[in-house]
Design a protein around this ligand. Sequence first.
Ligand SMILES: Nc1ncnc2c1ncn2[C@@H]1O[C@H](COP(=O)(O)OP(=O)(O)OP(=O)(O)O)[C@@H](O)[C@H]1O
Ligand SMILES: [Mg+2]
Length: 387
Amino acid sequence: MSAIDQLLRSRELLVCVGPGGVGKTTVAAALGVRAAQLGRRTLVLTIDPARRLVTTLGLDELGDAYRRVPLGDLGGEAPLYAAMLDPGASFDALVGRVATDEEHRSRILSNRVYRLMSRAFGNAHAYVAMERLYDATASDDFDLVILDTPPTRNALDILDAPGRLLAFLDERVIGWLLRQPPEGLRARLLARGGAAARGLLSLLAGDTLVDDLAAFLELFVSLRPGFQERALAVQGRLRAPETAFALVTSPLADNLADAAYLRDGLAGRGVVLRALIVNRAYVPLGDHPWSAGADARPLGDALALLEPSGEGERAGFSALLDHIRALRQRIADGNQRAHAAALAFADGAPRGCLKVQAPNLDHEPQDRRALAGLAALIADPRAELRR
Ligand SMILES: Nc1ncnc2c1ncn2[C@@H]1O[C@H](COP(=O)(O)OP(=O)(O)OP(=O)(O)O)[C@@H](O)[C@H]1O
Ligand SMILES: [Mg+2]
């Protein structure tokens, strides 16, 4: 069994990180199909709202709720599920879980400051991803959860969010706020903000925003114990031995630079990288099983096939073939450089990290069969990246 298959069989959480546009979502979905084929009840959790994934998985829609992916003859006994993080809806669900009673919950949900915060892009996404992760990995319904992280360099936010949240909740100001009666808090905010700030706030949103802000802080503070507990649990889970981080990249220089930043960022956060997947990789012609079908024959006999009539035509064809040869050489050189760059990057991966490559396919994977095909290539022992 290949090392990738072993990883899919043995882990409970696989987090795919990587630079933008390298194929993280595609690889996460492909590995999800593979894991289900290996008999593991798998969930692919994506943050990428790209419509393409929905159709590739054969679903008509994908949202916050877990959806079963029909695998047909590709699958076995184990089901594959997918869900797409909708930060707003996920945040609401989170409040529902940690708020103590119905009234408490509806007060938060209808609060304007809360709505603004939970729907805004940015850190809110990382918190929600982290919380959803907690939920999914705690569930008995899945043997393996594959998390596809957002298309930014800040996939590290996923790791930082729990700590940042804990730090925020620990700040003395929150403790101070916690001890204030709601009316006192409102009065303090008004006093501290001063006339100018208050004037600006009223101009922007009206006087009641200050009330909403005070109410939000008070409610948020009262959620502290639940958040804190879960943030700590997620922090532990992300570094647990049942969890593996896979770094997906392409062999292009810009992507490798971003990938190096992520690799070092993970190491600095005490996370061990378990797999490096160089996606959309190129290999020299004729040098690898992927290029078995490619025609690597020299163009030498092409001239005879063209059957030129007369010297003029012969010279013309000959010049054309020279152009084609040069073009082919340029492509081969480019592939060689990309391959060398991928190898050099792989040298910097930590010890024990799996290093594999996946070919740049002629056709973008557009259905479950193509995803299964890509996964089979990744899991092929010959995909291992080595000198
Ligand atoms: N091995 C491959 N061969 C050919 N095309 C691929 C391959 N892997 C991914 N693609 C294509 O590359 C594009 C980007 O893939 P994908 O959306 O999975 O990247 P991503 O890293 O998730 O991007 P983002 O950072 O925007 O979330 C898609 O059009 C996808 O079909
Ligand atoms: Mg993506």
